[in-house]
Design a protein around this ligand. Structure first.
Ligand code: PA5
Length: 434
């Protein structure tokens, strides 16, 4: 009987031999280090166990108010203040038409495209709008600029009612956004001080937009809580998150420098983006780290599939697999069999997708690609909550195995400060010409 909600396995053991005992000692030592919550940004480790009902209730109340009054919620944020919410929304809401809550939840502040923001504003005409600005630092340029535009738009359109329509999610004490929120009287949610951006999706950062999208956040948090309880197991033999971390570490050391997170469900492409940020920002430092990338099958079998099968052998694949996907479509019978596909009639797409997955595994094994599988029972809020926590726990273990700090991002900070510097220099130069 399966005791864990997620199984980690190697699908082609002939290509990947792991001597697990080599890692018993280091994994146990790192496990105790993680459990001691060393460092400032380790609040996510026990947050799902300690979460207060008060926080959850106040998110649900605000989400209900938005659902009652709004046609659209505009979420402003970037990186960890954007990707998690969008990932979960895309994974758990229908591909087409309205999402279950009937509210559009749309995102801005994660690019600098003038066209994007102009068209977004245009799309808001004649709709009742709420805005949720999310930024831990409160100073990141992209969301700060988008928020300036939106605040201006909201003030012109709603006058004093703007106070009820703008919700700020930021640090409890620090940052410009905190000051703006307090002086303007906006409703505020706190990003815990000890949880960093890419580990924050299970805080108000992700929970408010996800709840507005009509996803059951109680189930999401319950799944994360079970993960937090199960994955505090120190034994490498029993901890599926640590097993995943060790397999990818061994492959990295054997020269596989790139990991492809593969899924056969297109709704998971933003989840791949969230995962890319989590692992890329946590491990990619001091000239070390696996390059994280994502592929959606079948789409990518007909593009990057050639490279995977026969190109530079630098990559391995991690298949994210859900045994049950709620909706399916049956292939109809054609009495003339005009396309010769009657041998597949009355079979379902999900069934055929599963067979195609076996074909991909066989072909990639022949091509020498190591394949890991992360298997969960069902694609729903509960299992996604589990998966999110699973990845965060593996990521911390994985980064420490590489001897890098999983919780900082000096490279991102470097880009942020260089851009600010350049912009200020450019403006001073332009002003001197005027
Ligand atoms: O993981 C991180 O800390 C970063 O990627 C941040 O999430 C990102 O830079 C956005 O930062 P902020 O929420 O401060 O605007």
């Amino acid at each position: 009987m399966k005791t864990q909600l997620l199984q980690t396995s190697i699908l082609n053991e002939s290509l990947v031999h792991i001597k697990w005992s080599d890692y018993y000692e280091s994994v146990t030592a790192i496990h105790h280090y993680i459990e001691r919550e060393n460092g400032e940004l380790t609040g996510w480790i026990n947050a799902p166990i300690e979460n207060s009902g008060v926080m959850l209730n106040s998110i649900l109340q605000t989400a209900n108010k938005i659902k009652l009054n709004a046609d659209v919620l505009v979420v402003v944020g970037i990186g960890g203040s954007f990707l998690g919410a969008k990932a979960i929304q895309d994974a758990l809401t229908p591909y087409f038409g309205q999402i279950p809550s009937g509210i559009e939840v749309i995102y801005v502040g994660h690019n600098m495209s003038g066209t994007y923001i102009k068209q977004l504003l245009k799309s808001l005409e004649a709709k009742s709008v709420y805005v949720n600005i999310i930024s831990k630092s409160g100073t990141t340029l992209e969301p700060a600029l988008a928020f300036r535009v939106l605040r201006n738009y909201m003030e012109n359109r709603y006058g004093e009612d703007v106070q009820n329509r703008i919700i700020v999610t930021t640090d409890a004490k620090n940052g410009l956004l905190k000051k703006i929120a307090s002086s303007s009287g906006y409703r505020q949610f706190v990003i815990p001080e000890n949880i960093g951006g890419r580990y924050s999706v299970l805080t108000p950062v992700g929970l408010l937009p996800i709840a507005v999208a009509g996803i059951d956040i109680t189930q999401l948090l319950e799944g994360a809580k079970i993960a937090a309880l199960q994955l505090r197991e120190e034994s490498l033999e029993k901890n599926e998150a640590y097993r995943y971390a060790v397999i990818r570490h061994v492959l990295y050391k054997r020269g596989y420098k790139m990991e492809l997170l593969a899924s056969f469900e297109p709704g998971l492409s933003m989840l791949q983006e969230w995962w890319k940020q989590l692992f890329g920002e946590s491990e990619g430092k001091e000239k070390k780290g696996l390059y994280p990338s994502g592929v959606i099958y079948s789409t990518d079998l007909h593009s990057i599939g050639q490279f995977i099968q026969e190109g530079n052998p630098i990559l391995f694949e991690t298949i994210l697999h859900f045994n049950e996907i709620a909706t399916d479509c049956i292939i109809p019978f054609d009495r003339y069999n005009r396309d010769g596909l009657n041998y597949l009639s009355n079979r379902s797409f999900n069934e055929i997708n599963a067979i195609s997955k076996q074909g991909v595994i066989a072909a990639h094994t022949e091509g020498g690609i190591p394949i890991i599988q992360l298997e969960l029972e069902r694609l729903d809020a509960y299992h996604i909550g589990y998966l999110i926590y699973f990845f965060m726990r593996s990521c911390a273990m994985s980064a420490y195995l590489l001897e890098v700090n999983p919780f900082d991002q000096p490279g991102v900070e470097a880009y942020k400060s260089k851009t600010r510097e350049l912009m200020q220099r450019e403006i001073v130069y332009k002003e001197s010409l005027a």
